[in-house]
Design a protein around this ligand. Structure first.
Ligand code: ADE
Length: 402
């Protein structure tokens, strides 16, 4: 109970940087369009998430909430949201078992709509055959990939909107948000100087390019490792070194995974790295770095401090950050509120869309409707006090001519 006030102050702070959420709430608050909705959420429990949750409550929803990651919970936010009437099943540093038990608790509240980050709650809902569910939304690339696999096998049981597919989500949250917060997480944990460091980034999607831009801006020498020829070419033309992992593994000071793939850095790589190499993951799941192999191939392991672990492999020290889990949320506060506002505006409007239209939607993974995406872009510009021009009548006609 003594954490409620801290949580409320952080909620206020985030709210003041997420003005478009307030604008959306104000547009709809009189109609209470989410009345009667039981919303089940599995999200990183941050101050930004608390703004989404209170917005859904203001529009009439009843909310139950668990975390999308056992280590990304802020207990003061849990306390604050509990004081707002949310059923929260989460605490900082859950064990794996507690984490899954908490997902189950959310499903036991019989949600009509499931909003997830990573799709563990969606997958559990499908395994448990929980079918009062009308539809869902999914925040992240990794989760959408899993849901599309379910759809392909004809096993998806309700329509889902993939929020990550909105331009106003992945071009901003993933790139500028994770780009910044990944470096914040690494710096907060280690306090190492970025200038002059050889940083190897795995994956040149939106997250990888965001991290690369910020690392280069701070003076790092950045190399990209990619498997996709187009993205590799983009990285090259953006001025980065592009190499195979075996060509850089001996030289890197900091290795950052941003791929959504598993076993990207594995045992054979740990053995070649120089002493003191730092390993961090910016992807959703903790399988990009083969953490169990760090334990099995080292003869000594100790914690330097919480979330900073040293493994002694053949006399060399390999340092793992945040236990291989998503470093920006475990070691830092996650992505900044300005970009989370755009993602969560898409979430809120997608939840509303599903609630109003689920009967007409097939059991598929949908992109965020273009109207919502454009609306979020317009609102964001408005609150940044930026005006843009319009095409005149001649130009509109020209744009439609052949
Ligand atoms: N994912 C990345 N950053 C986040 C944040 N600040 N809150 C919730 N989910 C996030």
């Amino acid at each position: 109970m003594n954490l409620i006030d801290n949580g409320r102050k952080s909620w206020e702070w985030a709210t003041s940087h997420m003005r478009i959420m307030g604008a959306i709430v104000n547009q709809h608050v009189n109609d209470k369009p989410l009345s009667g909705l039981r919303l089940g959420l599995s999200l990183h429990i941050t101050k930004e998430t608390s703004v989404l949750v209170t917005a859904a409550i203001e529009l009439g929803a009843k909310v139950s909430l668990c975390s999308a990651n056992p280590l990304s919970v802020r207990d003061d936010i849990v306390a604050f949201l509990s004081s707002c009437g949310v059923k929260v099943y989460a605490w900082k540093d859950e064990t794996e078992r507690e984490y899954y038990d908490n997902l189950k608790q959310v499903l036991e509240n019989n949600p009509h709509i499931v909003t997830d980050d990573g799709a563990n709650l969606h997958v559990m809902a499908h395994k448990n055959k929980t079918f009062g569910i009308l539809g869902g939304t999914e925040e992240t690339t990794s989760g959408i990939t899993r849901l599309k696999a379910l759809e392909k096998e004809g096993k998806l049981r309700y329509p889902v909107i993939g929020v990550n597919e909105a331009h106003t989500k992945h071009l901003f949250d993933n790139r500028y948000g994770t780009g910044q917060s990944t470096l914040t997480g690494i710096i907060k944990l280690t306090n190492v100087l970025i200038a002059g460091k050889h940083i190897v980034i795995f994956g040149y999607g939106n997250v990888g390019r965001g991290v690369a831009t910020r690392a280069r801006g701070m003076g790092a020498i950045v190399t990209i490792v990619e498997v996709d020829p187009l993205k590799a070419l983009e990285a090259y033309m953006d001025g980065y070194g592009v190499k195979k992992i075996d060509q850089v593994v001996q030289n890197g000071d900091i290795f950052i995974t941003c791929t959504g793939q598993k076993n990207v850095i594995s045992e054979k790589h740990f053995k070649k790295m120089k002493s003191g190499a730092l390993l961090a993951n910016a992807g959703h799941f903790d399988n990009e770095i083969e953490v169990e192999k760090l334990f099995s191939s080292s003869y000594e392991h100790y914690s330097i401090k919480q979330y900073l672990d040293c493994f002694n492999i053949n006399g060399r020290r390999i340092i793992l950050l945040a236990k291989g889990r998503v470093v920006n949320l475990v070691a830092g506060e996650g992505n900044p509120p300005e970009v989370m506002a755009m993602s969560f505006a898409n979430q809120l409007l997608s939840i509303l869309h599903i609630f109003q239209h689920h009967k007409r939607m097939q059991k598929k993974v949908f992109s965020v409707p273009e109207k919502i995406d454009n609306n979020v872009a317009r609102l964001s510009l408005k609150y940044l006090h930026i005006s843009i021009d319009k095409l005149n009548a001649v130009q509109r006609k020209y744009a439609q001519s052949y």
